[in-house]
Design a protein around this ligand. Sequence first.
Ligand SMILES: *[C@@H]1O[C@H](CO)[C@@H](O)[C@H](O)[C@H]1NC(C)=O
Ligand SMILES: *[C@@H]1O[C@H](CO)[C@@H](O)[C@H](O)[C@H]1NC(C)=O
Ligand SMILES: *[C@@H]1O[C@H](CO)[C@@H](O)[C@H](O)[C@H]1NC(C)=O
Ligand SMILES: *[C@@H]1O[C@H](CO)[C@@H](O)[C@H](O)[C@H]1NC(C)=O
Ligand SMILES: *[C@@H]1O[C@H](CO)[C@@H](O)[C@H](O)[C@H]1NC(C)=O
Ligand SMILES: *[C@@H]1O[C@H](CO)[C@@H](O)[C@H](O)[C@H]1NC(C)=O
Ligand SMILES: *[C@@H]1O[C@H](CO)[C@@H](O)[C@H](O)[C@H]1NC(C)=O
Ligand SMILES: *[C@@H]1O[C@H](CO)[C@@H](O)[C@H](O)[C@H]1NC(C)=O
Length: 702
Amino acid sequence: MGRLAPRPLLLALLSLALCRGRVVRVPAGSLVRVVGTELVIPCNVSDYDGPSEQNFDWSFLASGSSFVELASTWEVGFPAQLYRERLQRGDIVLRRTANDAVELHIKNVQPSDQGHYKCSTPSTDATVQGNYEDTVQVKVLPDALRVAAGPQPSPGPSLREGEPFELRCSASTASPLHTHLALLWEVWRGPARRSILSLTHEGRLRPGPSYEQRYRSGDVRLDTVGSDGYRLSVSRALASDQGSYRCIVSEWIGEQGNWQEIQEKAVDVATVVIQPTVLRAAVARNVSVAEGKELDLTCNITMDRADDVRPTVTWYFSRTPDSTLPGPRVLARLDHDSLVHNSPHMALSHVDARSYHLLVRDVSKENAGYYFCHVVLWTPGHNRSWHKVAEAMSAPAAVAVTWREPDYQVYLNASKVPEFSDDLTELECRIVDVESTEASVRFTVSWYYRVIRRSDDVAASELLAVMNGDWTLKYGERSKQRAQDGDFIFSKERTDTFNFRIQRTTEEDRGNYYCVVSAWTKQRNNSWVKSKDVFSKPVSIFWASEDSVLVVKARQPKPFFAAGNTFEMTCKVSSKNIKSPRYSVLIMAEKPVGDLSSPNETKYIISLDQDSVVKLENWTDASRVDGVVLEKVQEDEFRYRMYQTQVSDAGLYRCMVTAWSPVRGSLWREAATSLSNPIEIDFQTSGEQGTVLNPRLSWKGP
Ligand SMILES: *[C@@H]1O[C@H](CO)[C@@H](O)[C@H](O)[C@H]1NC(C)=O
Ligand SMILES: *[C@@H]1O[C@H](CO)[C@@H](O)[C@H](O)[C@H]1NC(C)=O
Ligand SMILES: *[C@@H]1O[C@H](CO)[C@@H](O)[C@H](O)[C@H]1NC(C)=O
Ligand SMILES: *[C@@H]1O[C@H](CO)[C@@H](O)[C@H](O)[C@H]1NC(C)=O
Ligand SMILES: *[C@@H]1O[C@H](CO)[C@@H](O)[C@H](O)[C@H]1NC(C)=O
Ligand SMILES: *[C@@H]1O[C@H](CO)[C@@H](O)[C@H](O)[C@H]1NC(C)=O
Ligand SMILES: *[C@@H]1O[C@H](CO)[C@@H](O)[C@H](O)[C@H]1NC(C)=O
Ligand SMILES: *[C@@H]1O[C@H](CO)[C@@H](O)[C@H](O)[C@H]1NC(C)=O
């Protein structure tokens, strides 16, 4: 590829070419740069024939002189001596960016670089058509931009989350041309950079992508202060605000409606350290509370700041000491507005800003477990929003619920002890030394019977009656019938005394009796639950069922008499082990039949019952109806008289006495029967004196 034409010819041809063809372009208008900055001038070519990769030459024209060759993509010897050095140092670089485009880079541009730069391309076209070069003017301004950090009113060495802070930088330009400044605040955290807020050269504020919300809410703002101050204000610091802050200022110049950045300077303003908030929540470790009482837990908050932070407090409950397990239950909560959310049995209150109480009323066993206090510190944001600054969970407070059993003694006394069958038995079961508890307690009784055994083996207890928590009475098998009959009476005489009566104690009722007093406590749902049983010592109900003894002694006051005389016999009764005896008497006579082999004949003569009613029995002698008399002389003495005795009256006479005991009301029970010794009537013929009765002799003869 060689040169087709010398340059003057080319220029001449170019000026002649009127129709469309090759176009070489550099930026239109002029470029303004500040001394020391880099100048980059792009150049491209289009609408050309020949190879796609085109070559470029750059020449420079200072004012008042002629073009000097600067750089070429294809001719090594092209640059003038003046530029060879700067090309070798790399201060000037011609960089190909495409087959049809290059960029001329001049680093550290100097006032002497001000002038016109011409980009031209050698023709590779079949016919020379179009323009083969383009020229741009470059102005080099002195560096008039001043950027500085501060003065910093805040922050101090560090600040707290939620606190405000401000950063300042100042920027001004003394450029002779009309320029605008643009400013950007950015923060660096390690290698990561975020732009916060910028003021464009056109005077618009633009938040960085992650600051849009805070900018819109007014939490992050940028203000000018005085003629050259730029203040970044953050009203509530976040933990993510920690980092190194830079202020980047660029200077812009507007030319023919196009703005170009001519210079940029950055300054490190400050390093912001956000000190974390130390927050601790403490509760008592071990708490023991009696059932029915109040549980008062305190959550003490300690924090290392005293400014406008608002805690929210939540009390949690868990069955296990691990608060992270699923299922801790929220008991009560205090929100940002100090509103309390709790359940009927719980109350949350705050005594002072650092201590929050949880009061659990009427503690029951279900309240035993672990209590946690969770605290979150918030700072208020705009638009009634809240920003979390710190949170803390307390260690668990282990709460044990102690059950104070009601304490009491139970005594069983027999107030009426039976001595005989059918007597009254009365047992009194008393509750003494009651140590009251807070919970409401109710006492009920159960009555038991146990037979007395001679051997060592213990007989099973039989339930007589049991009282339920609602006072209803249930009878055991042993007492069902007799309670219906009114023979067993269970009663509650006083709040502390229960009674049991057996109206007619039978021998089968003899045995050991004991009572069990149960304490019932009222549950939250108003039901009663039995919590304790106290047994009385047994009381033994026993009387010796010694055989009752009944002795009847017959006597004849006037021993000697003859037929026709009156026979008199008295019977004296004595008894033992018979209760309140009354006696009935029957007079019997035993008479020989005649021959000795046949049985003797016993005749009942007259009787007197326990109510002293006299009745003739087998006294058949109609002529002597009034001839026999039986009388009660004393309670225990009876007299039998037989008037005008006859020989046929001979025999052995006895009193048969029955002892009766009174039974409830007017009834009588037979207790014992006994016969007296016999009194003999024997008429013996003794001469003329007639028949003489000699009781001392047997009627059977000598
Ligand atoms: C060629 O350069 C001009 C001036 O710099 C520019 O406006 C144009 O976009 C460029 N064309 C291409 C294709 O790069
Ligand atoms: C303020 O809050 C309302 C409702 O909570 C929301 O719609 C609105 O966008 C918020 N405004 C700002 C500036 O955050
Ligand atoms: C809470 O603070 C009060 C008053 O300072 C103190 O008496 C109490 O012991 C503290 N309780 C706990 C669990 O730290
Ligand atoms: C709490 O009680 C448990 C067992 O009852 C005991 O092991 C623990 O040491 C107690 N803790 C404190 C702080 O008293
Ligand atoms: C009941 O029995 C107890 C113990 O046996 C005795 O101390 C008390 O005095 C008795 N009370 C009555 C009223 O008999
Ligand atoms: C009342 O609560 C107890 C436990 O405290 C429970 O056993 C009982 O079934 C409850 N009664 C009713 C009627 O809910
Ligand atoms: C009749 O009485 C006599 C005298 O008591 C007695 O010895 C005799 O055995 C009795 N006879 C009969 C059959 O009971
Ligand atoms: C006595 O008389 C009654 C009738 O009153 C009679 O049933 C009974 O058998 C008689 N007894 C004797 C021993 O005669």
